[in-house]
Design a protein around this ligand. Structure first.
Ligand SMILES: Cc1cc2nc3c(=O)[nH]c(=O)nc-3n(C[C@H](O)[C@H](O)[C@H](O)COP(=O)(O)OP(=O)(O)OC[C@H]3O[C@@H](n4cnc5c(N)ncnc54)[C@H](O)[C@@H]3O)c2cc1C
Length: 377
């Protein structure tokens, strides 16, 4: 079910010396909303578009359905002087983000809002494409950045392909998977990604490239915040649909047995080498621990669940509490996997270092790959 692929550390991203202040950001958001007219929504509720279902509004939001939409947006941002100055959040299914109760002050660009649009298309090889059509033959599958991962997995299997079954239990999009190097059940995006196309909303035109450019690591990539994955091409092989269907069923069953439902974003922390974050949280006595409207799942200790109508600030406070207690009890400093959006100051401890890990810029202790999400913890 796996295919070999590259991985490597992402280079550090330069920080703008003259970062725009809140007044400039607010003015740029208004200017963009005015220019886009009915295509844009101001003060758009963002929480309901995430799997945590908590959090505030986006200053301005636009749904994109095609590469032309993205290039049009790129032109507008350039003309208004907003490129690289108005913060941008590219949103797929919102299954790996926590949006602050205060909301996001910039532009949210959402893919996959309309199933069947160009950015959600999946192109499967016809029988015989990509060389000899026998079992084991290599083929490519192209999927739009807004295509759902479970749909990609199921359609590949039904087309007689193998290699992408692992994606069936991950409730995100192809673009989100590339950005996060999502994976589980013994494989990940890096192992299968062959090529991709992106539009940098702070740049010009569109580019196509190979996975080396992305420096995919354990749940990390070098994609910039305004770089939008238009499509990704994955390496797969011809296989037996009956075997593929059985694998999909096993994965779905495993997920139901081991992971909770409700409002969450999957694993909160990445696994440290040779261990699992869930085991460490459990060993620290935090399973079921509640803080306000957020609680550590009883079923899987690396999941935090938000109550209906709950607060993102509670979820973040619980993340910080869990990290602190696990460090005290086990000596391991966990690295957040969930992306924190719109929190000021940034970081899970609100330490303002901007890296979302709440450590003030220090490297998290013993961070690195171990078992993937979707494997027994
Ligand atoms: C129940 C549950 C189980 C999960 N299990 C797993 C698992 O087994 N393995 C795993 O790896 N993850 C898992 N996740 C987390 C999540 O589903 C993945 O990280 C997924 O790839 C995120 O996709 P998304 O479309 O929801 O991205 P979002 O949450 O919308 O965004 C996540 C990041 O990707 C960026 N992004 C999104 N779309 C694009 C795009 N088109 N171009 C560029 N950047 C983009 C965003 O800007 C953001 O930085 C799980 C989540 C849940 C809720």
């Amino acid at each position: 079910m796996t295919c070999p692929g590259p991985a490597g550390p992402a280079p550090a991203r330069p920080v703008a010396a003259d970062a725009p202040g809140p007044a400039e950001v607010a003015a740029l958001a208004v200017a963009v909303a005015e220019r886009l007219g009915p295509a844009a929504r101001s003060a758009a509720p963002l929480g309901p578009l995430t799997t945590y279902r908590v959090g505030g509004v986006a200053a301005v939001m636009v749904d994109v359905a095609s590469e032309e939409d993205l290039l049009g947006l790129q032109r507008v941002l350039g003309e208004l002087g907003a490129a690289g100055r108005l913060p941008v959040l590219v949103l797929g299914k919102g299954s790996n983000v926590l949006v602050a109760d205060a909301g996001f002050p910039g532009l949210v660009v959402r893919l996959g809002a309309q199933p069947g649009d160009q950015l959600s298309a999946i192109t499967l090889p016809a029988a015989g494409d990509g060389g000899p059509g026998g079992e084991g033959a290599s083929v490519r599958v192209r999927a739009g950045g807004g295509a759902g991962l479970p749909v990609l997995a199921r359609r590949s299997v039904e087309a007689g392909l193998t290699g992408l079954e692992w994606a069936v239990g991950i409730p995100g999009t192809v673009g989100g998977a590339v950005a996060m190097n999502a994976g589980g059940h013994g494989s990940d995006t890096a192992a299968c990604l062959a090529r991709f196309r992106l539009v940098d909303l702070a740049g010009e035109g569109a580019v196509e490239d190979g996975p080396e450019r992305l420096h995919l690591g354990y749940r990390t990539s070098a994609l910039g915040p305004a770089e939008v994955v238009v499509w990704a091409e994955f390496a797969a092989r011809r296989g037996d649909p009956a075997v593929g269907r059985a694998t999909l069923s096993d994965i779905v069953r495993w997920r139901r047995e081991h992971q909770p439902g409700g409002s969450n974003a999957g694993s909160v922390f990445t696994n440290p080498p040779g261990d699992s974050a869930g085991r460490l949280v459990d060993a620290s006595g935090l399973k079921g621990f509640r803080l306000g409207s957020a609680r550590v799942s009883e079923k899987h200790a690396n999941f935090i669940q938000a109550d209906n109508g709950g607060s993102a600030d509670d979820v973040r406070a619980l993340m910080a509490h869990v990290r602190r207690v696990v460090a005290e009890v086990t000596g391991v400093v966990l690295r957040p996997e969930v992306k924190l959006i719109g929190f000021t100051p940034d970081g899970i401890d609100g330490d303002g270092d901007g890296d979302g890990d709440g450590d003030g810029g220090a490297q998290a202790g013993r961070a690195g790959p171990a078992t993937s999400k979707g494997e027994p913890a």
